[in-house]
Design a protein around this ligand. Sequence first.
Ligand code: ATP
Ligand code: MG
Length: 574
Amino acid sequence: MKDKSVTNLSTDSITSNFIRSIIDNDKRTGKWLGRVETRFPPEPNGYLHIGHAKSICLNFGLANDYKGVCHLRFDDTNPEKEAQEYVDAICENVAWLGFDWGKHLHYSSDYFDKLYAFAEHLINHGKAYVDSLNADEIREQRGTLTSPGKNSPYRERAVAESLDLFQRMRAGEFSDGAHVLRVKIDMASPNINMRDPVIYRIRHVHHQRTGDKWSIYPMYDYTHCVSDALENITHSLCTLEFEDHRPLYDWVLDQLQGIVPCHPQQIEFARLNLTYTVMSKRKLIELVEGGNVEGWDDPRLSTLAGVRRRGYTPKSIRLFADRIGVSKADSWIDVSVLEDCLREDLNECAPRRIAVLRPLKVIIDNYPDDQQEDCQAPNHPQKPEWGKRVAPFSKVLYIERDDFMEQPSKGYFRLSPGAEVRLRYAFIIKCVQVEKSTDGEIEAIHCTYDPDTKSGTAGAAKRKVKGNIHWLSAKHALQVEARLYDRLFADAYPDAGSKNYRESLNPDSKETIIAYVEQSLSEAEPEQRFQFERIGYFVADRIDSQSGKPVFNRAVTLRDSWEKVVDSKGQSKG
Ligand code: ATP
Ligand code: MG
């Protein structure tokens, strides 16, 4: 799946797919008079995840490309599990991804009156009946994949009796579960979804939008197709598990022909499966409530709130959706594809800064105690127009601990006793002495610098050394909290088979450290992203950063450090 050949970040370039072919064909035949109207229909019972982003980018993307419209519709027919908090978060996520539903913000609950009237229509036409079996009895009589179901004894109930019962269900006369409304299709159908499915059940619960008006609520399969039709949707895109529900979708709309404005076409596509991730709402809730992560927006989660906080850009996610494409075949995408999309975007747009995560003190013995001077560091190596910033140089510096080795291994070109390296944007230094504590820990190293080798001067060009490391002037550096995030799961397929996904949690998915960064980063705005040179891409945390006191989250390392791990296990890379 990893397509290294795609380097163009533009998400305008259109990759064709089978859904586009259907739409193109409809345009040719004039089926919808050229209209393209799609919808993204989340249930407000949890936070959106990266899988939903695939569906959002697809639905809104098609509407944009074909100059159509895309609706945001909350499928809110299960009041027990739904909440306004989720509605708000979903709206925020979709807008963050860069999509606009305009005036098309809808709720299935807006259609409760119509859905009810259509249900009466079905009863009146002998297409629906009130069943008084309980849920267990209905399940028992449903049959199996290999044996047909049985007709309910209430199936031939008189129309007038069903109508009366249904009206009294609505009026709240019965307790939960006393009756249901079922459509009358075929109890022997090889497709279990067609065996007289329930379309209304009694639930005496408060609804976040309709209050206590209803004590019966319509089921998803009935609500969804009718809502699509009422909104004049042309192409109703959903994931493959709904393929077996399509005959029911079509059956309901066929019964309502002439009553609802149109009969949209349901088209199924493969859902996104991402390695090292779990995506079902149930599992996400368990991780949040079980304290395995620090909330819905934990930067290690695959929720959109989480990836946003991690430092992902809307553009990188749109690029990802574009790159993985849409098809009918279920497949796994390696999470490195997503990470690469972020690297590509941030490589372009993130200014460069210096940070030292694990400091080692370097003392320049031949540099005067109270002297300091300016070095010039470019803000982006390929964008001279972004200018340069000052990196102050002084006698005491910090470098990364792993840029020094007392006994260098073969091929190690960074600092070691007697060796020389270039301090990026500054001078060549040579290690002359190692200072240790009584228990043998390296506390500092002493170096000399060559004043004739300053970067950007003629002298610099005359001397070449292999190593080139970053550094900060100790007295100018700013201490900040940095969180080094890694994948939440150590296993590529945490919820495969019968294993419990929690056993695959990566114990090292978060490390909090105190790092040193350039002074200028005290001004970093929440959500501003940077490349810390030679280390990775970081974002100023949008929640915990305070004015003058940013907290940095590592969004992604500069290269995929997991590639080896996956390959050595012989697992597919998607
Ligand atoms: P989950 O199964 O992860 O709990 P859901 O399917 O119950 O999520 P909905 O609110 O019903 O969540 O989903 C809204 C839309 O997003 C649906 O059209 C659904 O098909 C789509 N969707 C959900 N998960 C994915 C996924 N992994 N890949 C692509 N589309 C998805
Ligand atoms: Mg669902």
